[in-house]
Design a protein around this ligand. Structure first.
Ligand code: ATP
Ligand code: LTN
Length: 347
């Protein structure tokens, strides 16, 4: 970017006083209650105070084998879910990662500034390689580098993610600081924005594991698009323990998780929930959790159905978003290329 242009952009930012937010979700399935409480709910809240860029990270999803037609469908679905949950495409940049080639380009550069040892310590890599023993590909290993490229391309100040992504934000900061240390200020060093409640929603069938959209067991997660019946059924079947009074406690992962979900939707804290369900048993509590979740998700599903019936509207948003994102990304990339010593040809 030309110095003048850069100066103008900086001045404009100072005038609006707005910082940049970047985040993304993989289209590796239909988005879950975990994605909603851990990420999307915050994205919506932040859109009025920040310049927000929200991405459907399809290149990340490729680290686990995907069925091509499903991957394509899930990308549309994810975009529709973002909007149905309240993300306003006129306030935020919404786009699909593979539409902006700068992500792959910066990712390669950054991989040369990321250490093998650092990547080996990532718990997500260890978890996912244990789960996909027949496909421990290099992309699964270098996944955090692509994520760092996503964030650093847009000079993001804040990255709203769930608790499971803490380590990936840390490595992004390390990569940015390392690069800045060698070449001078180039990247904004981002911070994670991790919610206190709903940080980690757990599986309904194995409550010691996080709820994940790529779980093989559909009863383990609530999809944002599940019907009321499915939501009620899954909560009624949720694994708990052999006690019967609704109380938070050590070794009561199932009940702790249901209490957290109930709290996220009602604003009630643990002691209020315990008082409310005093002497009423797990069955009644599970029904109550199912009801608050189903009530909250019903309007999202209605809006989602409308959006999915108008593919050209979604495609228009993808196109507009990709153009805006590509403009910002190209400026960072060209600066990086210049700093590291690549030759550049003028048009
Ligand atoms: P996959 O199952 O394919 O690994 P995922 O469901 O874990 O995917 P991601 O696309 O990896 O979802 O995550 C998108 C965002 O949702 C991230 O910010 C992540 O922290 C958040 N998130 C995902 N699952 C949960 C959860 N169970 N609780 C809280 N936040 C979550
Ligand atoms: N790794 C993230 C998804 C992701 C992301 C990002 C989140 C990819 N690139 C950039 C925030 C910023 C995950 O939730 N699994």
């Amino acid at each position: 970017m030309k110095d003048q242009e850069q100066k103008e952009q900086k001045e404009q930012k100072e005038q609006t006083g707005r910082q940049t937010i970047f985040s993304g979700i993989q289209p590796s399935g239909i988005l879950t209650l975990g994605n909603y409480l851990g990420a999307l709910k915050n994205w919506v809240m932040l859109q009025d105070s920040y310049d927000c860029i929200y991405c459907v990270v399809d290149m990340h999803a490729l680290t686990v084998r995907q069925v091509p037609a499903e991957l394509r469908r899930h990308a549309y679905e994810a975009l529709a879910v973002y909007i149905a949950c309240g993300i306003d495409p006129d306030k935020c940049i919404l786009f699909v990662q593979s539409h902006v080639p700068a992500h792959a380009e910066l990712s390669w550069i950054l991989s040369c500034y990321t250490m093998f040892g650092e990547l080996s310590r990532m718990t997500q890599f260890k978890d996912k390689s244990a789960k996909n023993t027949d496909n421990i590909n290099a992309g699964l290993f270098t996944y955090p580098v692509l994520m760092a490229a996503d964030i650093l391309l847009y000079q993001a100040n804040l990255v709203p993610v769930g608790d499971d992504q803490r380590q990936h934000i840390e490595i992004t900061r390390d990569i940015a600081e390392r690069f800045n240390g060698i070449y001078g200020p180039t990247f904004t060093v981002p911070e994670g924005y991790i919610p206190t409640t709903g940080m980690r929603i757990m599986s309904l069938t194995e409550p010691e594991k996080k709820m994940s959209k790529s779980d093989d067991n559909i009863n383990a997660y609530i999809s944002i698009l599940d019907s009321r019946d499915a939501i009620m059924r899954k909560f009624r079947r949720a694994v708990t323990d052999s006690e019967s009074s609704v109380r938070r406690g050590e070794g009561k992962d199932g009940i702790n998780n249901l209490m957290k979900i109930y709290s996220c939707f009602t604003g009630k804290d643990d002691s209020e929930i315990e008082a409310l369900f005093e002497g009423r048993g797990y069955g009644e509590f599970k029904t109550a959790v199912g009801e608050v979740v189903a009530d909250a998700l019903a309007p999202v599903k209605t809006r989602y159905d409308e959006l999915m019936s108008d593919k050209s509207y979604l495609e228009g948003i993808m196109k507009r978003g990709a153009e805006s994102a590509a403009g910002i990304a190209a400026r960072t990339l060209s600066r990086v290329y210049r700093k590291i010593g690549f030759t550049q040809i003028k048009n």
